[in-house]
Design a protein around this ligand. Sequence first.
Ligand SMILES: Nc1ncnc2c1ncn2[C@@H]1O[C@H](COP(=O)(O)OP(=O)(O)O)[C@@H](O)[C@H]1O
Ligand SMILES: O=C(OP(=O)(O)O)[C@H](O)COP(=O)(O)O
Length: 401
Amino acid sequence: MFKTLDDLDPEQRVLVRLDLNSPVEDGDVQDNRRFDRHAETVRELAEAGHRVVLMAHQGRPGGDDFVSLEQHADILASHIDRDVGFVADTYGDDAIAAIDALDAGEVLLLENTRMCDEELPEEDPEVKADTEFVQSLAEHVDAYVNDAYSAAHRSHASLVGFPLVLPAYAGRVMQTEYEANSAIATREFDGQVTMVVGGTKATDVIDVMNNLGEKVDQFLLGGIAGELFLRAAGNDVGFDLEGMDFFDDQWEENRETIESLLDERGDQIKLAVDLAYEDETDDRGEIAVANITEKDRAYLDVGSMTVDEYDPIIRDSEAVFVKGALGLFEDERFAVGTTGVLRAIAETDCFSVVGGGDTSRAIEMYGMDEDDFGHVSIAGGAYIRALTGAPLAGVEALQQD
Ligand SMILES: Nc1ncnc2c1ncn2[C@@H]1O[C@H](COP(=O)(O)OP(=O)(O)O)[C@@H](O)[C@H]1O
Ligand SMILES: O=C(OP(=O)(O)O)[C@H](O)COP(=O)(O)O
C-alpha cells in the first residue's frame, strides 16, 4: 500500500498532483466531476493549515484542448469555497516566488505540467526524478501528494519523479479509486460477481475476460464489443454506419481470440438476445438476434428483452463492475441498455464500480444519483488497466518506500 494524508506531518508545504484534464469547448474548460472529487483532497489539506501547491495537466501539445490552467483555478475555487491562486509558470522563477509566498491554508495552482518539456516523454522514475522540473520544485516543498489516479498509467515527471525525492502520499481520490478499482482483482466476494462489458473496443473486453475470467461469474455483453462476439457466434451483425469504422479492422484482428473465448468461457458469457436500430421513421426499432438474416443495418443498442435478461442477474449479484456502454446512450433512443443495467445496479445493495469516462457520464445524463453506486470512477485508461492487471506507474512510484 501507500502512505496517505493521515500520515502527513502538520504544517507542510505540499506539492499535489491532480488530474483536472477536462473537455474544452470553444476554448472554455468544462466543469466536471474531476473538480468535485479532487476538491475533497485540496480542501482537507488547506483546512489542516498546509501550504498547498497544485500541479495538473490539460490536453497534449498540438491539441485544441492543450490550454492554460487559468480557468481550472477558478472552477476548482468554486468547488472548495476558497481562493485558488494561479501562476502561469511550471517551475521557473515566477512559480518558485509564488510558492515561497504562500501562507498556511493558501492554495496555488501551477501552469499546465505539459507546457514543461521534461514532463511528457515516458521515462523511468529515476530519469524523471533527475529533471530540472522535479529538482527545482522539490527544493521548495516538504512533501508530495499524488491524487491523480486517472493519469497514473503515464510515467510522466509530475507523476513518477517526485516520489523519489520527497516523502510521498496518496491523496483521497488516489486512495478511493485504487481501492475500488482493484477490488475485483483483490477482494473475495461471497456471492455472484458480474461484469457488464460494452463500449467500442474489443481488445478492452478481451483483456478484461482474460485477466478476470476466474474472478467473474457472468460477463454481460453489449455495445460494439458485444456485437463482435455475436458475430463470432454466427450472427450476421457488425454493420458500420457511413463514416464509422468500428467493425472490419476489429473483426480481422480479434476474430480468433473472440472465437476461442466463446469456446472456453461460453458458460460465463451472456450475449444480447435482441438489438435496437433506427427505423424508417427515425424511431427505435428492435429485432430478436435469432431473426437477423442479413447484415444490412447498424445496431445501436441492446434490445429490451436483453435488458430483461440482464436485470435479474445484476439483482442477484454480490458485486457488479461496469466497463463500457451497452449502446449509443448519448442518443436517448439508444440509452435503454446502458440505463437499464445502471438502474438495476442503483436499485440493489451490491458492491458496484462503474468506470470508463463515457459510461460514467450516462449516470448524470440520465439523472441517476451517484450515491446509489459503490464507486463511480473518474478514470478511463487507468481503470481499464486496473481491470486488466496492467501496472500503473504512478501508483507503483507511490508504493516504493
Ligand atoms: N452499438 C453502438 N454503436 C455505436 N456506439 C456505441 C455502441 N455501443 C456503445 N457505443 C459507444 O461506446 C462509447 C463508450 O465506449 P468506450 O470508450 O469503450 O467506453 P468507456 O468510455 O466507457 O470506457 C459510448 O460513448 C457509446 O456511445
Ligand atoms: O483524461 C485522462 O485519461 P482518460 O482519457 O483515459 O480518462 C488522463 O488525464 C490522462 O490523459 P492522457 O490520456 O492525455 O495522458
